[in-house]
Structures are given as structure tokens and as C-alpha cells.
Write a protein that binds this ligand. Structure first.
Ligand SMILES: Nc1ncnc2c1ncn2[C@@H]1O[C@H](COP(=O)(O)OP(=O)(O)OP(=O)(O)O)[C@@H](O)[C@H]1O
Ligand SMILES: [Zn+2]
Length: 539
């Protein structure tokens, strides 16, 4: 393999299971720069599949260790590591702007959506993959194609009625969910669904009696004499009531001194509390209890990661990245992009690539009119910015930021409260502020990215047109895609295949039911297209 891309700058977000696989694949490649970013540190539980890390790296930064390990494996690959979250201050649009493509190797929807929004605005190509046990998915997004946010994520998590959790549990999972709400109520400072009152948090006995003793339970539990137990070590047998209380009281006391907490499935003390609380509640309601590992898995919504699924979806991401870099036949290329690959390993192995729906016209992440301005937030007033924006867009407007209306042309009273404020009273100085601008009839007009720039008193707007970074790539090896219609046999297989619903299972089903699915074969052609640059228009 000889993949040389001296003009291409890549950002990879997330250096976990999929990220490590990506690095393995690109270890023979050359890029101008390959940035990797992750805010997390290495845990022992990562080692079985994140092969760039060893036991001695425990507690160290994933991105820094990965870059160091790769130095030996791939000295030619210019890796630049960032030990930070991609959505933290400093990683602004100007940081993103330097990249031609972003590889997402993430484990959460929030970050995916954030990266998607920025890349859609800047015309940066994205490949994305996710895995969940034996199932996985890979997608690619670019301006003008369906984007990550176009269709809301279908949640695969089962929902339980609050009354079942509060007072009528009938299986151990209900008790685990209850134990997590108990954790939230006691240690996070948030109001969970339990909303139990009338106990003294500084008195563990009072808390225990409130939650585990009571007429309403089939089996009320009294506090018995017990020794504190600091660690779970009962894998071989069921623990006694004394032992469960020993765990519960130890964990309660420790957690109660730690301040506000969010449940962390990787923290043994948190899990000890959940385990003991679940087991006690199971005894309260005479429910058969799962073992420690099962309870831990349910509490963290853990589906064990499978290295081979990660490796396949990582390969699909790279395949899409290469097809982006090498392909100059744009029309066909877009068609390919509007497709999602579904992977299934394990007993039934399959990789399916299906055409996705087109962009959602109501999605403002990929709304094509994206404008920018950098001004001095300490100098410019809200009213001046709004007036110039109205002029620029030639419309009455309302402005929404993070789902909050901050300006409405029809609401003089509310506007008067902020019109003379400086921008720094409303917006953050060290981040890109993303505002959605609508007409007063609620029609999308633009996505407006507002940044602070000290000393810039004059307001100017810039906007990108659908960019053509694609044509920057000069690789002589190009591909022409040949379409063919699926055979009846293939359609039958598609319908029978179970796929992973990371996103849009409904969409997959409708796509699978369609009989005119298109498969894309690739064959090289030789024809160079002209270089075009990203167009940045400053009015
Ligand atoms: N906002 C973000 N910025 C940078 N990296 C992120 C961000 N959100 C998540 N990540 C990283 O993405 C990676 C995802 O990897 P993976 O799904 O393998 O999760 P993990 O935490 O390593 O493993 P597991 O969750 O299975 O224990 C993690 O290393 C995580 O720190
Ligand atoms: Zn969209």
C-alpha cells in the first residue's frame, strides 16, 4: 500500500476503540498532518481492544500515548496530539478550518452533533462510525448531503414507567434503574424521579430506613449489625444481608463526602453503591437478583465492545475517506455519500450499504446559508449587530441561541432589555456562538456564527458557498461509479438482515423494502478536473 496525501490535513476526534483501529489502518499512509484529540485517560478496561495502550499507560492521556506509540509504528505519519475535548474552549472554527476532513471515532451523540454542525458550516468532509457490540455503522457527511443531525437519533434504550420504578418493580433491571435514581437523588444534587423527602442526609441510618424499610414493601429491611465492606468480592456466592449492608453503608458514607457526583460506571465505589442498593431493593420486593457484572453492565448501559466490529467500521470510514480524496466525479460521489453502511459481525455477518434519505429541509445544521462575523464583544452592542444583520439578510428577524429566543423583531419589550447591552453580556468570548436566524414567519434565514475578536469594532459578514474542497485533491487515481440495480436475491437478503439501529432504523427498513436499491461498483478512470478553491465571500 502506498497512500500519499501530502496536501491533506486530517482531524480524528476520539482515540478509543474505533480511533485506535483507524490509526492502525493509516499507519502506512502519509498526510500533511494528522491531528488526534481525546480528553480521556487510559483505563484498564480499554486495554482488551485499544491495542495502542498497555497497562503501564493507565491514567495517561489516550491521544498523547497513541501518538507516542505510533511514532515507532509509523514514523512518516505526522501525528499531532491534543489532550482535550473537541468542544472545549480553544477548539474554535479557526482550529477546524485547517482540516480537509474529520474522522469521528466517538462514543456519544452530543459530540458528533457538535462536530457535524461546525463541519457543515465550514464545508469539511466527515466520516463517522459507531459500534455497539456485534453491530456497527459507518456514514459520511458533506455539505449538500444528509447530515448527522438531519434525522434525530432513534433511541434504543427501553423506557420504563416511573411508577414501576418507584413502587412496583418486577425484575432486577427495574431495581438497577431505581438504584441509579437513588444515586442521583442522594449525590448529584439533581431531582430524580424518586423525589423522596424526610430523611437526614448526614445520618446514613436515616437514609437507609427511608429507602429500604417500609410497610409498602413486601419485605421491609431493618438495619442489622454489619462490618463495612470496601470492595465487592463475592463473585463465588450470594452475599448475606449483613454483607450487603456492609457494602451499602461503606459506599454511602464515602460518596456522601465527595460533593456533587455524576454516576460513573467505571468507578468501583459508584458501582458498589448501585450494586448494594439494587440487591437490597430486590430483597425488598422478593425479586431474583442478577450478579455483580450484570448489574454493573445494566447500570452503565454497557454493551461490550467487540474489537472486530470496531475494526470493520474503522475500515469503512477510511474507505469512504479515500473515496472522497480520490474521487473527482462529484455528482456520483454525492450519491455514494448519501448512503450508510450497516455492519453485523457475530453469528450473522453482513455489511450492507444502503442509500439514505436526502437532507432534511428542516435541519438547520446543514442549512446552506451559514454566515460568520468576528467582532469585539466588549465594544459592539446587540442593537448594532441586529440592525446590520437585518440589512444584510434584508428581512425582519428573530434570533435563537441554544433554543432560547434572544431577539424577536415583533417583541419590542424584550428587545429593549438587551438592545444596548454589549455582546459579551450575552455571548461567550472564547467559543463560537452559534445563532439560528429566522424570519418572523419562522422561516430559516441563516445559521450565524459569531466570534469575539478584540479590536474589531466594525461589523462585517462572511459566508461560505457550498465549498469545493473536494476538487483540491489531485490524486491521479480516480474512480467512476457504475450503478446497478439490486437483484431480487440481494433484496431478499437485505430484508432478512437485522441491522443496528444506531440511527434511523425506520429509514433503514423503508430503504430495505424498496426494490430499486442501487449498489455502487467502482472502476478507475483517468480524467483530471480543474482545481477549485473554497469560496469565501466577504460582502
Ligand atoms: N467531546 C469529545 N472530545 C474528544 N474526545 C471525545 C469526546 N467525547 C468522547 N470522546 C472520546 O471518544 C472515545 C470513544 O471511544 P470508545 O467508544 O472506545 O470509548 P471508551 O471510553 O474508550 O470505551 P468504553 O466506553 O467502551 O469504556 C473515548 O476515548 C472518548 O474519550
Ligand atoms: Zn442536516
Amino acid at each position: 500500500m502506498n497512500y500519499n496525501y501530502p496536501n491533506i490535513r486530517i482531524l480524528m476526534v476520539g482515540v478509543g476503540g474505533i480511533g485506535c483501529e483507524i490509526l492502525k489502518i493509516v499507519s502506512k499512509f502519509t498526510f500533511q498532518e494528522f491531528h488526534i484529540i481525546d480528553m480521556d485517560t487510559i483505563e484498564v478496561s480499554n486495554l482488551n481492544r485499544q491495542f495502542l495502550f498497555r497497562l503501564e499507560h493507565r491514567g495517561q492521556s489516550k491521544s498523547l500515548v497513541a501518538a507516542e506509540t505510533m511514532k515507532n509504528m509509523a514514523p512518516q505519519l505526522k501525528i499531532i496530539a491534543h489532550f482535550a475535548a473537541i468542544n472545549s474552549p480553544g477548539y474554535t472554527m479557526d482550529f477546524f478550518r485547517q482540516f480537509d476532513a474529520v474522522i469521528m471515532a466517538l462514543d456519544n451523540a452530543e459530540t458528533r452533533s457538535y462536530v457535524n454542525k461546525v463541519c457543515q458550516a465550514l464545508g469539511i468532509f466527515i466520516v463517522d462510525a459507531g459500534s455497539m457490540g456485534f453491530k456497527g455503522q459507518a456514514n459520511a457527511y458533506y455539505q449538500g448531503t444528509v447530515c448527522y443531525d438531519c434525522y434525530p437519533i432513534a433511541t434504543t434504550q427501553k423506557q420504563y414507567p416511573a411508577c414501576t420504578i418507584r413502587s412496583q418493580p418486577s425484575n432486577c433491571t427495574h431495581c438497577v434503574i431505581w438504584a441509579k435514581y437513588l444515586f442521583t437523588q442522594l449525590f448529584s444534587g439533581e431531582v430524580g424521579i424518586l423525589e423522596v423527602e424526610g430523611f437526614d442526609k448526614s445520618q446514613p441510618n436515616s437514609v437507609f430506613n427511608k429507602f429500604f424499610k417500609g410497610e409498602e414493601m413486601p419485605n421491609s429491611i431493618d438495619i442489622v449489625e454489619h462490618e463495612l465492606i470496601k470492595k465487592y468480592h463475592f463473585a463465588e456466592r450470594k452475599e448475606t444481608l449483613e454483607e450487603l449492608q456492609g457494602m451499602w453503608f461503606y459506599a454511602y458514607d464515602e460518596l456522601n463526602h465527595l460533593g456533587q457526583l455524576q454516576y460513573d460506571k467505571d468507578d468501583d465505589l459508584h458501582v458498589l453503591f448501585i450494586y448494594a442498593s439494587t440487591a437490597l431493593r430486590c430483597r425488598n420486593f422478593k425479586i431474583e437478583q442478577y450478579d455483580y457484572q450484570q448489574i454493573k453492565s445494566i447500570s452503565g448501559n454497557i454493551i461490550h465492545a467487540i474489537a472486530s466490529t470496531n475494526s470493520i467500521v474503522a475500515a469503512l470510514e477510511i474507505q469512504r475517506l479515500l473515496s472522497f480524496i480520490e474521487n473527482h466525479d462529484k455528482a456520483k460521489y454525492y450519491q455514494d455519500l448519501n448512503a450508510a453502511s450497516y455492519v453485523q459481525t457475530g453469528k450473522k455477518e453482513r455489511i450492507l450499504t444502503l442509500k439514505a434519505a436526502g437532507p432534511n429541509p428542516l435541519c438547520n445544521s446543514c442549512f446552506h446559508n451559514q454566515i460568520y462575523s468576528k467582532v469585539d464583544f466588549q465594544v459592539v452592542k446587540v442593537v448594532d449587530l441586529v440592525n446590520q444583520l437585518k440589512n444584510y439578510l434584508n428581512s425582519e428577524i428573530n434570533i435563537v441561541s441554544l433554543s432560547r429566543i434572544i431577539w424577536d423583531d415583533e417583541d419590542e419589550d424584550d428587545n429593549s432589555a438587551i438592545r444596548d447591552k454589549k455582546l459579551n453580556e450575552l455571548f461567550k468570548l472564547d467559543l463560537d456562538n452559534r445563532l439560528v436566524i429566522k424570519s418572523i414567519e419562522e422561516k430559516f434565514l441563516a445559521v450565524f456564527w459569531l466570534q469575539h475578536l478584540a479590536g474589531q469594532a466594525e461589523i462585517q459578514f462572511a459566508s461560505t458557498k457550498i465549498s469545493d474542497k473536494l476538487l483540491k485533491f489531485k490524486n491521479p487515481l480516480q474512480h467512476k461509479k457504475k450503478e446497478r440495480v439490486r437483484t431480487q436475491q440481494e433484496i431478499k437478503e437485505l430484508k432478512e438482515t437485522e441491522v443496528m439501529p444506531i440511527k434511523n432504523p425506520e429509514k433503514f427498513q423503508t430503504a430495505a423494502q424498496k426494490s430499486t436499491e442501487i449498489l455502487i461498483d467502482e472502476e478507475p478512470i483517468e480524467q483530471a478536473e480543474q482545481n477549485k478553491k473554497v469560496e469565501l465571500v466577504i460582502d
